[in-house]
Every structure is written in C-alpha cells, then in structure tokens.
Design a protein around this ligand. Sequence first.
Ligand SMILES: Cc1cc2nc3c(=O)[nH]c(=O)nc-3n(C[C@H](O)[C@H](O)[C@H](O)COP(=O)(O)OP(=O)(O)OC[C@H]3O[C@@H](n4cnc5c(N)ncnc54)[C@H](O)[C@@H]3O)c2cc1C
Length: 472
Amino acid sequence: MDTSTLQRNIRGRVLNRSDADFQLIQSGLLWNQLQPRRYPEVIVQVDHEQDVVQAVKFAAANGLRVVARGGGHSWCGLAVRQGGMLIDLQRLNGVTIDPSARRATIQPFISNREIIANLEPHGLAFPTGHCPEVKASGYLLSGGIGWNAGAWGAACHNVEAIDVVTAQGELVRADASSNAELFWTARGGGAGFPGIAVRYHLALHPMPKAMYASTYYFSLEHIKEVGDWVFEVADQLPKWIEFTIFMLTAPPALASRCAAMSGKVCMITATAFADDAEDAREGLALLENGPVSDQCLTRSSNQPTNFTEQFNLSGNMWPPNLRARVETLWSSSSTGDILLATRDHFLKSPSPATVMLFALYPGWASGVPGKLQSAFSMCAKVYGGPWTMWRRENDDEINNQWHAHNISILRPFTVGHYLGETDIVEEPIRARGAYSRANWERLQELRHKLDPHGLFQGFDGGLGTDNQTVKE
Ligand SMILES: Cc1cc2nc3c(=O)[nH]c(=O)nc-3n(C[C@H](O)[C@H](O)[C@H](O)COP(=O)(O)OP(=O)(O)OC[C@H]3O[C@@H](n4cnc5c(N)ncnc54)[C@H](O)[C@@H]3O)c2cc1C
C-alpha cells in the first residue's frame, strides 16, 4: 500500500510490511511472549494527537480497519490484529497535574508506577492497576480494577473526561455533558471502544496516609476452611482494605512444610489504604484471630507499606518476558468452594510461576457502583482466576492444556467476566459476559451509531483463534 501521503502528513512514522524493521517493531508490541500470528498491514507510530487524526482519516479513505495499541498488555494480544492499521500510541506519554483541583491529565502510554510517582509528591493518588509497568490506556477503557478498588471504585469511574479521535477523524472531548454517549462507551468499552483515546482527565484522591499490610500463609490442606473464612470475614473489613487469597508456589522458607502439597501454598494478603495508623491496625486486626488462625504457617501483621513496595511485590509475581494465558471471572461463590474445586489441579500446575488468586469486593456484590453511567457493568463479590505463566516455548502445550482444564473446572462458579483480563480470542462470547445484558445491548447500539462503517476492529475484527503460536 502506498502510505507516502500519510507519512508526509504526520510527525511520527509509518511502517509497511515490506519495511526492513517491520518484524522487529511488530514483535515488540505485546507484553505476553505467547505471541499471536497476526500481522497488521500498516503500523503508524504516532508522535502527536494530530497524527492520530491523520492516520484515522487515511485508514477510512483507504479501507483499512483500525486498532489502537496502548501498552500492548492485553493478555490475549488484542492490540495486534490481522490486517488493517495499527496505531501505536507509545510516544504519547505526557502527564500534567493540577494539585489544587485534584485533577491529572495523562496520555495513554503512562504506566501505573509513573502515575503514582507523579502524584505522590502532591499527596495524591489514583486507583491504578496493580503491576508497575502496565499502561493506563487500555486499563482505563476496560474498567480498571486497581488498588483500593473497594473504596475508590473502578478506575473508569474516576475518569472525568476523555479526549478522543472519533471514527470521523475528529478530535473531541467526551464527558458526562458533551459527547456523553461516547463517554459512556469509554468507561468499560475496552477493545470495543469506538474511538481512539488520546488523553484521559482523571479525578484524584488524597494519598492514604497510613498504608499497612498483613500477610498469612496456610497449607493448601486447609483450603476449604481458609477460603470459606476469607469469604465471610471480607464482609466485616473496611472497604479500604484490599483482601486477596492466592494459591501459589511456596516461598523457599516454607517449601519443606508444603512438600505434601507439591510445594504450593495458600497466601492471604490484606492491604489497608487508611488515613490513620490506628484505623489500619483495627481493621487488619479482624484477621488476626479467625477460626483458622491456629493453622497459619507464618504471618506478618500490620506492617507499614507504600505504593512502591506494593508495585514491587506485584512486579515480582507478574514479571515481564513470560508466556501467559489468563482467564478471570466474577463469582458469587465462596472462595472456599472455588479453591477446593481447583486445588488438586493446581497442585499439578506445570509451571512454578503460575498463580491463582481471588480478590474480595463485598461492596460490589450487588452491582458495580455507577453502572448506569458506564458500559462497565459486570461484577460480583469475588474476582479472579488463573494466571498461567511459563518461560519456555517447549512448555506451551502442557501449560495450555493445564489452563484449559482449569477453566473448565471454574466454569460453574462464573457469573461474568472482566473485559480487561478475559480471553476473548479463545472464546469471543466472553466479551458479552463482561456486561449486564442492557449495557451490552446499549454498547452495541452506540458502537454502530458512533462508528457506522465499522472502522475500528472492536471486539472481534482481525482476531483468529490462533492465539497460542510462537513468533515467526
Ligand atoms: C502484568 C499485567 C498486570 C495487569 N494487572 C491488571 C490490574 O491490576 N487490573 C486490571 O484491571 N487489569 C490489569 N491488567 C490488564 C490490563 O489492564 C489490560 O490488558 C489493559 O488493556 C492494558 O492496557 P494496554 O494499554 O496495554 O492495552 P492494549 O493491550 O494496548 O490494548 C487492549 C485493547 O484496548 C484497546 N486500546 C488500548 N488503548 C486504547 C486507546 N487509547 N484508544 C482506543 N483503544 C485502545 C486496544 O485497541 C485493544 O483492543 C494487567 C495486565 C498485565 C499484562
């Protein structure tokens, strides 16, 4: 395709498949090393928002379908599609903060760690995602289940406005009063968002002054009673305590005590985002003397922490350069039942890097707060699933099989999915499961209205089912 006109009109760079470094650029677009065999026709590395405008107009005029690449962190590689134009936003990485108004404006390619690092000096915070390197772009559009979500809500409900290049190639502001339908789709529409977001205007929170964390380890022999206790005690915790139960490989200090359980262990973490150390202590104390307390292998209670430490812990659990298959679900079932059902299969997990976790959001049990104002509309008390992660290409098949069986065990517990972390390449219908019925129907109507010619690839354009093959 002759893209010279587009190249003349933008500051960034246009790459065609015939360009010498196309393969190199293409192979670096995704976080997950389990790379799909999908190749865009054209990659546009934009340098400026106006480049996005020009690229969208060029694509529309030349019959190319379009996908935006934010950070490329989608586990199932949604930023890379077969054919069409990929608009790579990685050079759009500005941040401005208005501390007195408690507002920040960010461009798409800003990581969770960068957001907090910019806000911390002003005593401000935002519900970023948990891992340090993941970018805000697709996270905010998918809904965003981040730090302190029980108190701060989904990240998308903390987005006040968004600057968007529309299917018509116009750069517009969308908020609750102008372009309100577009704004509604931006809050949870994720891969189905009918536009390209180039700026997000965020409402900020005061930085919690007293962050404290407790961690408990239990043998997986007791997973049913521990999981049931977690499910029940979650209702008593302040909503600013983030509470999660894991099954994972035991740390070296506990490995010998976990030998009967294939070296795996149950870990429970509770992180308080409080303003007062006494409040944090009191809240976390609810976990100290539960019915399973005497079975605890080891604990660390009420230790001061901060975002940097929490990012580092998450970064260690989800390191870069792994091959991964991820499937998450919302569930109303007890974590005791869910984890007991999958425990024996987990003991056979082929990779020590694999984790299963479920976070508890009792405040969301009866629905997402603000559901009417956003496409984002699916939730339940329990959120999580398996993060199946491994290093070597030779281990693809065994891990794929293990993961698939795990999903089949979890299916009866599933009431819905979260678009940001469900695999809609493997099973496209899961996209629908990420919304209430009414919101899914409205999202389809609005996508059609706002993008009548289907310029944007959306939930399923250019996606094969071949999501588990290696780089070529
Ligand atoms: C290590 C790791 C940890 C994670 N932790 C969390 C977590 O704690 N909470 C959570 O909610 N999620 C989490 N996620 C999931 C992550 O938030 C989503 O995958 C999200 O889509 C990543 O954003 P991205 O910009 O990298 O998306 P990409 O992979 O670039 O894109 C995903 C989809 O969104 C579209 N898109 C992205 N940006 C734009 C844009 N600006 N305009 C229009 N469309 C766009 C793309 O076209 C594509 O269809 C995690 C992912 C990883 C890899």
